[in-house]
Design a protein around this ligand. Sequence first.
Ligand SMILES: CC(=O)N[C@H](C=O)[C@@H](O)[C@H](O)[C@H](O)COP(=O)(O)O
Length: 236
Amino acid sequence: MPSSNGGTSVANSIQSLDNGLIVSCQPVTGGPMDTAPIVVAFALAALAGGAQGLRIESAPYVKAVRAATDAPIIGLVKRDLDASPVRITPWIEDVEALAAAGADVIAYDATQRARPVPTNELVRRIHAAGKIAMADCSVISDARQALDEGAEMVGSTLSGYTGGPEPTEPDLDLIRAMRALTPYVVAEGCIRQPHHARAALKAGARLVVVGSAITRPEHVTSWFRADMDEAVGAHA
Ligand SMILES: CC(=O)N[C@H](C=O)[C@@H](O)[C@H](O)[C@H](O)COP(=O)(O)O
């Protein structure tokens, strides 16, 4: 049982999410859905549909969603930095802003890449703020290091996002490998259909995060478009 952040309450918070569906409400940046009222509406609609928790980007959006629901929130901040490829919660200020805004869990990029703040320091500050640390990992060594550093939860969030073409399928092998290290595994990334979520649970995930398939209509539309274009091309 993770205990670096106060034992029982952390354990209870995580356990309340067991087998939970978390809906990530992160609109396409600058798109027509990228406003606080729409993020709140997505969040409430997801909860009405059976989600147990939410994943929300930016302190202002966390604050807006927190004002509308007591449901667990995984908060993160995305930044595009010049000096580092790390995007998810790279700075201490981000941790503090998310904590103040009402996030219960703070997600951070746990990859072993050049970064402005070392991961052990981010975890320390997440715990100092009384929050749970979720390590967004790309490979199993990220998860190993994150757990050594005290992160309570590890996610497959960044598998396939550290170079090369973007993935289109969940990384079930990484989920299985993480489950051998800890029970607190979050399946995240490319869970686009219910059977993906089911497979992730079978692979050992305790929580499943679904984003684009529920809250990015631009992406979903483009999936239909691409398949239809392929079909037309195939028959031309
Ligand atoms: C790689 C990266 O930056 N992932 C981000 C992490 O918060 C989000 O853009 C994803 O939408 C989220 O992980 C959920 O994944 P999907 O949208 O595939 O269900």
